[in-house]
Each structure stands twice: as C-alpha cells, then as structure tokens.
Design a protein around this ligand. Structure first.
Ligand SMILES: [Fe+2]
Length: 366
C-alpha cells in the first residue's frame, strides 16, 4: 500500500522530475517501508485524537527497529529515525494545543493595511540601509517604536494566540532590503533547475512571521508568494519528520545540488521528501491558479503560518524589496524543548539498539 495521507506537495516522485532524472534511485523494500511508515502515521493520528503518546511511541519504536534491521543498522537511517521521533513529539504538542485548523479564517494569510504614519521609523532605517547597500538590519527593537509596537500587540497578537492556543510575547524584528543588482547571485541557483525550487515549509511549528512591506512591492520586487490553500490540506507528519531530519539536521542546505540529490536518491523512498518542497515535486504542480503573489503598496502586512503553508518569494526578479519581519516568541516553546529532550533520552534508553550500531563512528554519517 502506498504512503497514506500525503499532502499534495508531499508527492515526491523524484524519478519523474526532469532535474532528478539522471540519478540512480534506491528501489528496494519500498512497499515494506511504506507499510511501516503508514503504521507510524496511523498511530500518530490516533495519539492526536486521543491525547496519549503511549501507543504511538511503542509503534514508532517497533517499526523503526524493523526498518533498521532491514537496512542492517545503516547509520544514516538510524540518525533519521532518531531525529524524527522528537520532532514528532513537538508536532504533537503543537497540534494538540492548536485551536483551529488554519491561521487565516479566509484564504491562507491574514493581511492588513498599516497606516504609513506607523512606519516612519522603519522606513527611515530601510532607506539608510538601501543607501549603504546593507541587506539585513541589526535587531529592530520594537519597544523603541511605540506606535508600531502597540499596533502589533493589538492587531496581530490576538490572531496568533487564538490560533496556537498559547501566549505570544515580545517579538523579534529586523528589516531586510534586497535588490536584483546586488544580490541576485545569492538566489539565482535556486531557480536554475526548477522555477519554484525555493518554495518550502518552515521547520518550526511556531513559525508565524509578520511581513510588512516598507515600499510598494510589485510582481518583480519579490512579493511573498504561496500556494493558496496548501495550509489547509493535512500532511503525513511522519514523512514530514523524516524530511526535517534530513533537511534540517543531517544535510542542512537550501541548495539542492548534485551531491545532495545523489545522496537523497540512494536513500529508501520513505526518506526522499524534503522541506524544500518545491525542489522535490513536479514543477507542473505549481499552476497559475494556485500560486498567489502578495503584491501590495507600502504598509501591506501579511501574517502566514510558515510550517503549514507552502511559500517562497522574497527574491526580486528585476526590482527591489524592503520589508520589516516580525516574529513573536512563544513561552510554550520552552515546554516543547523539555519534552523534545525527554523524547531524545527515551529513544536512547528504550529505542531500537544493536551492538553493531554502537560500534559505528558518527563520522561515517554523511
Ligand atoms: Fe519560510
């Protein structure tokens, strides 16, 4: 049986994508691996419904052992499975607390039009940065900008808190100014093989940035772009956790180059998804009707759930963009860190082990 409950952008048939075609793909054990991953996912979904991790943990450990035995305790596979487990515990803690299934009540982003009188300080700084060719500002202290700080507290925080189901506090902020002439060499490679190669999911469940345009942003200025409705489709979170283990821990990169592709192709199929989802799915999935480009005048503010929404953009194709990015902090993250550390410990104590594995050196891992 194929993998169950895949999100439309988790259809990672890499063999069919032109830029992946020349690689040699591992075709062994696909069906047995997919059955094991489906068991893990079914147990995870039950845990979410019932509020207990006990059955999920024993199913995950049991199926992980089966996979490891099948691949003779291959260190890379061991690392993926051990890294994915605490990540799923984090997903569980976030999703159990979440109050609704999507951040925006209508569409996939929450938007506002902020009066320019609240952006005088930020726009002044952005202008300075443009003159000096600076791309990213130092920490932007919102408390030194009381009118904007108050607006964020009164308008944005309630939307976030009513979604995540816990407190959001003192945000971090910074300004980013980019233009094609100076910086296109830092992103051109992302679009070489795939016009939507940069489209991705964010790693953290609490990745809910507020982006405020400080200048008008037209289609060539790198507007925030996303796949309308992609935040509302359920995901296979087991496959997502495997993908995160690779993209965010073992092979940290947003540059899917030849070496990366070769390693991914050699992995069993269940591990071949990616957080850079654009690079892992057929370009034909990105049709005009579902790709939204959030152009807007100065003062346009966009709030999006980067963990659930397939998104990209921010790279001008001919113009420039200056924007203020505001990310809240979440006290609940502390609890999630503690649980995540406990899950790692639990895996080490009670998870699958073999004497063969204990003799392998970590330096053998990628
Ligand atoms: Fe992102």
């Amino acid at each position: 049986m194929p993998l169950a409950n895949l999100h439309p952008f988790q259809q990672f048939d890499l063999e069919r994508i032109p830029s992946w075609r020349d690689f040699e793909f591992n075709k062994k054990n696909t069906e047995r691996d997919e059955n094991a991953a489906n068991d893990m996912e079914a147990a995870f979904q039950r845990a979410l419904r019932e509020g207990s991790l006990r059955d999920f943990t024993s199913t995950y450990f049991g199926r992980a052992r089966e996979i490891l035995e099948r691949y003779h305790w291959e260190p890379v596979i061991y690392e993926i499975l051990s890294e994915a487990f605490p990540r799923m515990i984090r997903f569980y803690l976030f999703l159990r607390r979440r109050k609704r299934s999507s951040l925006a009540v209508q569409g996939s982003c929450h938007t506002w039009q902020i009066p320019l009188s609240l952006l005088i300080h930020a726009r002044g700084l952005a202008e300075e940065m443009e003159k000096n060719g600076k791309r990213v500002s130092e920490y932007y202290a919102l408390r030194d900008d009381p009118p904007l700080n108050r607006w964020v507290r009164e308008n944005v925080r309630p939307v976030i808190e009513s979604y995540v189901g816990s407190r959001a506090i003192a945000p971090h902020a910074h300004i980013r100014v980019v233009n094609t002439e100076s910086f296109s060499n830092t992103w051109d490679y992302m679009y070489k093989d795939h016009p939507f190669g940069y489209y991705h999911w964010d790693e953290l469940c609490h990745s809910i940035p507020l982006i405020i345009y400080l200048r008008d942003v037209s289609i060539s200025d790198g507007p925030y772009s996303y796949i309308e409705g992609s935040d509302r489709s359920p995901q296979n979170l087991t496959i997502r956790a495997f993908a995160q283990a690779i993209s965010c821990k073992l092979l940290i990169t947003d540059k899917i180059d030849t070496a990366h592709k070769k390693k991914l192709a050699a992995l069993p199929r269940i591990f071949r998804a990616g957080e850079m989802v654009g690079s892992h799915v057929d370009p034909a999935l990105f049709t005009d009707g579902i790709v939204k480009r959030a152009t807007g005048v100065a003062g346009t503010a966009i709030l999006a759930d980067g963990f659930s929404l397939v998104h990209g953009g921010g790279h001008p194709s001919g113009g420039r963009r200056s924007a203020l990015f505001i990310a809240h902090r979440y006290p609940r993250n502390r609890l999630m860190d503690i649980w995540s550390a406990a899950a790692r410990k639990w895996w080490q104590l009670r998870g699958p082990r073999s004497t063969a594995h204990s003799r392998l050196s970590p330096s053998r891992i990628w």
